[in-house]
Design a protein around this ligand. Structure first.
Ligand SMILES: [Fe+2]
Ligand SMILES: [Fe+2]
Length: 296
């Protein structure tokens, strides 16, 4: 991600977001009660947000098995969160490497990096306490993430960041409000929602201001590669090792093919897709790839 100065149009938004961060930044190790036992007394994610929801293996599970499965999915989601945030921090730090401190977004980008450090530490703590394996995103996706970190331009990078944040936000908002869900999971989701709101707000404003200033080659590259990045992010939310661990034969395949899950992914991306269409970052030429990959 090469760096150029942030357009002045972004400055008022950045000033608001820095002020918001001064008022509301949370330390997960003091805000969250980590002494609550992680027992299978409640779901760890809302059932409708679980990748297998509504499939034959889901229908065959007892309530207790569904809850246990939700605990493993929650640990896997936290692990995907750590993966996204590592990619995000890499890209933001590369951007900051060349950015003068006088740039309007310099301080804000350091705040965002610090937020993500705390979030990844929080997700890691949940996984360590969840009694599940320390799931990691599939090796092929991890390799893809490494490549993306190095080749994504600024615009492609921010589209990928926004996609990951939008997908997680929909799941987090449902989790924090759902009284069927374990209080620890709800507290984690709530803290994440509160701080991610500023990240999404920045990424949307930044994309809107920067997109028209890109040279045509950068625009074509970002528009062509964006659906691939976004597909990789959505794909990371079904981790085959969860199904191997729980002995659910063909579980990952059924989860990926689950029409309910596909609709949830499309629904989570709706706001991003609308913005990209308005910007011209989804064009009549690239729209078929978004559709083919199940993102629209
Ligand atoms: Fe985060
Ligand atoms: Fe974020």
């Amino acid at each position: 991600m090469t760096s150029t100065l942030t357009p002045d149009a972004v400055a008022p938004k950045v000033a608001k977001l820095v002020a918001a961060a001064e008022r509301a930044s949370y330390d997960p190790f003091t805000e969250i009660d980590w002494n609550q036992p992680i027992a299978d007394t409640a779901y760890f994610l809302p059932p409708e947000h679980l990748p297998l929801f509504g499939t034959p293996p889901w229908e065959a599970m007892s309530e207790l098995e569904r809850i246990e499965y939700s605990r493993h999915e929650c640990a896997s989601l936290c692990s995907a969160g750590i993966w996204f945030e590592n990619i995000l921090m890499n890209m933001v730090l590369k951007h900051l490497y060349d950015l003068p401190v006088s740039d309007v977004s310099h301080r804000y980008l350091l705040i965002e990096t610090a937020d993500e450090c705390r979030h990844s530490a929080m997700f890691g703590e949940f996984i360590r306490q969840a009694g599940t394996p320390a799931y990691q995103v599939d090796p092929l996706l991890r390799f893809g993430g490494k490549v993306m970190t190095n080749i994504a331009g600024r615009a492609g990078g921010f589209i990928a960041i926004l996609a990951a944040e939008e997908i997680l936000d929909v799941s987090n908002r449902a989790t924090m409000k759902d009284d069927r869900v374990h209080p620890l999971s709800r507290q984690i989701a709530k803290l994440h929602v509160l701080e991610e709101a500023r990240h999404m707000s920045f990424a949307r404003t930044w994309l809107e201001a920067v997109w028209p200033t890109l040279n045509p080659l950068d625009r074509v590259r970002a528009a062509a590669l964006a659906p691939v990045y976004v597909f990789g992010i959505a794909d990371a939310l079904v981790n085959p090792t969860v199904y191997d661990e729980l002995g659910i034969d063909g579980g990952a395949r059924m989860a990926k093919a689950n029409p309910h899950r596909k609709d949830m992914v499309k629904g989570s991306l709706h706001r991003l897709v609308t913005q990209l269409e308005e910007l011209g970052a989804i064009t009549p030429l690239t729209r078929p790839s978004w559709m083919l990959l199940g993102l629209i």
